[in-house]
Each structure stands twice: as C-alpha cells, then as structure tokens.
Write a protein that binds this ligand. Sequence first.
Ligand SMILES: [Zn+2]
Length: 168
Amino acid sequence: MQSKDEKYMKEAIRQAKKAYGIGEVPIGCVIVYEDKIIGRGYNRRTIDKNTLAHAELAAIRKASRKMGDWRLEGCTMYVTLEPCQMCSGAIVQSRIPRVVIGCMNPKAGCAGSILNLLRMEEFNHQAEVTTGVLEKECSQMMKDFFKELRKAKKEKKDKEQNKKADAE
Ligand SMILES: [Zn+2]
C-alpha cells in the first residue's frame, strides 16, 4: 500500500507533468490541509516570463486564498524538487510546518543541498523536512526533460548547419 506521502507526491508529479507538457522544467507542488489538497502549482517561469512563477509560490498563493490567511499552519507541502532560496523563504514566511520533497537539487536547492533555510534556528519558524519520497520518479522526470531538451537543441543546430552547408 502506498503511504499518504506517496499519494500526495503523486499529485505533485501530476502537476509537474503539466509543466512538462508546456515545455517547462517539470516541477510540481501541492499543499495539503486536513487530508485535502488546498493548493496546486506547477512551474510556468518561461511561459509567464516571470521568475516568481515557481510551482511552490503558485501553490502557496492558492492555499492562502483557500485558507483566508497568509499563515499556512497545519499544512504540508509536497514538491517534486527541492525548493530554491525564494520558495524556501516563502515556506518559512507562510509558516508551513512540514515539507515533503521528491528529489534534491544539488545546484540550487535551499532545503538541505546548498543550505537549509527550512531548518535555521535563527529564524522564528522551522519546517520539518522529509526527503526522497518517490525520488526516482521525480528525478527521472527531470532527466527525461533535459535529455529531450538537449536533443531538440542539437537537432536544431544540425538543421541550421545543413542549411548553411547547402547555401555554400
Ligand atoms: Zn523556487
């Protein structure tokens, strides 16, 4: 039987796949309160041309609207990739008590990789962090995306070179 964490991580993966479908880096997020999803989000940074369009911020915005409060006490965030510094900051600011992460992001993650903004005692709020939930699925999705992206870039470049060769 799947655990509750796995159940909701699957929902976050479903969100990530929406991003994948529109050519965005596949990162998805859901926020759960009393066993109900109250906020969903997926990465739309390129399409929205907005660095604030991260999955976590979209989910926080929706969850806050639903709760009628900027405080998301009692909520759990499920996110397919370790949050960046901006989103980790928003997690602390919104007082989310627990964050469940699919795979880590060694180059940009701020929930344990580069630093852990969620566990700093100097701040007035810390979140409990669970990592590695459906890790393989989450990281495979990223690998597939970047592999396809590289392939598409290479094909484009080859095409351009062929065109150039034809013209010469
Ligand atoms: Zn972020």
